[in-house]
Design a protein around this ligand. Sequence first.
Ligand code: OOG
Ligand code: NI
Length: 472
Amino acid sequence: DAKNDHVDTDDLRTAFALAMSSMYRQEVPLYGSLISIVRAVNNETLANSSEPRITALKNGHVGTERLELERHGAIRLGTPYELRMIRRMFALIGLHPVGYYDLSEAGLPMHATSFRPTTTRALQRNPFRVFTTLLRPELLKDGSSRDMALQLLARRNIFSPELLELIEIAENEQGGRIRQTQVDLFIPEAMKTFGWKPVATAPENIYQTLKREHPILADIACFQTSHINHLTPRTLDIASAQEKMKAAGLAVKERIEGPPARQCPILLRQTSFLALEERILFPGNDDRMAEGFHKARFGEIEERGAAVTPEGRKLYDVLLAEAMRETSESTTPDPNEHDRALLKAFQRYPDTWTELREQRLVYFTFHRGPNADLSALTTNVTRDSLLAAGILEAVPITYEDFLPLSAAGIFQSNLGASSTQKAGAAIAKTHPDKSGYENALGCPVLDLDTLYRDAQNASLTACALELGLNDR
Ligand code: OOG
Ligand code: NI
């Protein structure tokens, strides 16, 4: 019976991401401008550039298909219940929690994971991801605003009854799948969780109290939905996309987060246009509404580079810290100065694919190279000799995850937090709490290094098989 057919999970994720994208475009029209800018830059770059970074992408078969669809979003959740339901909803579209991000270091009472596809194939089909933060009320110093926020959160329900019922049915009766006939219910009901509802759940005085404590508290606790706060297309040339954003008159964040521009990009570089001031309504006395403003939603772009190994990540962290120290010691804080310090520090990060591979700083997948003549295959071949002979080629694996310091920088520039709030005045001195996040989630987060390492090893095994070599 065709009516009982399950939808392909990757197709459902694409439908979900497209629905979210069109919803956000209606809610925040500037996001539409961002998409057009990024599309134009990407087409131009793919057509014209023969730089190593673009060739690597082309070799990695990051075709226009994946690029056109590629987005990440971000949501901020208030309770363990909300996080657990989100996990169950996202599992239906093939998104699973990967990695743990502590934002408390950066003065935010939050921690996060990234929900994303985990297999090479699913990532190729559609790498849609959602950076998902959870409030850590225990970090808030002020007990009364904490109680206010928790009371508001306990009363809200961000999931419709229809959605909850469908999730139960899909899990219990359909092996975690959605049927074709359920798609037209599932997607619109799911969008209700993430749409913007400009009517606050709290009167203005409570909103202001929470906002004074930390703007993130007001944003999470005072609204009826877990509104998506940005969606981020992937650009192949962030510097050029940023110039075009400025030329189009967008208010662009001061600097690009992440590593400096390189021949061989690693990890990710991000920038955004700043959050908009939006009109909202507060419930007032005698059913009268009071008007106000809220600032939370913005638009971001990112350029993704190669995934780095734990050694590669260590080197990144050391050099980034060095550049930050140098800038913070200076008396004239200037974004260009930070970028200069970054460039200088990163001279010590190798910048050819060969060095990055030989020093095991970046993950690669291996494929058959242009040399079809296997007569060079002796008994004593090594990975390097096969690469040198062109029998194999190495393609850097795309980084599919996030960076906690960049995330903090993006958060801070969009919350309108004061400098004392940025310094973490509202929160107790803190530490990461991965197991706390996992308890709230109801399962462990996956380890991102394991995923990259498995992808690398699987490609080596496939090559050995294809070449008739024993696994060595
Ligand atoms: C999340 C900010 C982090 C990123 O790309 O690192 C983020 C938020 O503002 O809720 O999206
Ligand atoms: Ni983001």
